[in-house]
Design a protein. Sequence first.
Length: 224
Amino acid sequence: MTTLLHIDSSVLPGAASSSRSVSAAFRRTWEEQHPEGTVIYRDLAADPVPHITAAAWTAGFTAPAERTPEQSAAFAARVQLIEELEAADAILIGAPMYNFSIPSTLKAWLDSVFLLGRTAGGAPSAQGTPVIVIASRGGSYAPGTPREGYEFVQNYLEAVLKETLGLDLDFIVPELTLAPRNPAMSELVPLYEVSRKRAFEEAATKAKELAERLAAEAAGRDAR
């Protein structure tokens, strides 16, 4: 039985959020492939993870017997998030671009699960786990566009999720999401519609392909 860790971070609810809409489409297809699977869901806008504190951070470098009560409590909250990460067979993250970067709530989650010697370092504990990131944005920051240099979502998450935590990273990028609401971007609406359609198609395709891949890997392990 598979486990999907699904994280949303958009401040907008439901269909008002492109990242939530696309992540929901991915999850629907995933659940169709894994009707008996488990989904761990965290809505970081509705139920934010506390930003890292000195107690939570220093506890990671302090022997358990030497931790203060404050450190122990703060570290226990981090361990819960880390164990969810480690238990997941796949991870789905909605990461809209806010002011050229990720939401602070998603950064707080990353700060909590980033633990040297466990999830990060020589042999990351969740290494190889596939992670799909829905990196929505109001404009376009693709290579060759005027604002290419302002793209701090994909490059940052690649450094953290792929290079440091060792996850198997893939992106779905719905862009130009402000075009239907911003008169100054009206000529970009057709490109937005193409991007939106492609994002939903990729969500369904990637969810199905990933489900089939994990099923094949599980069958291979069982056959040994």
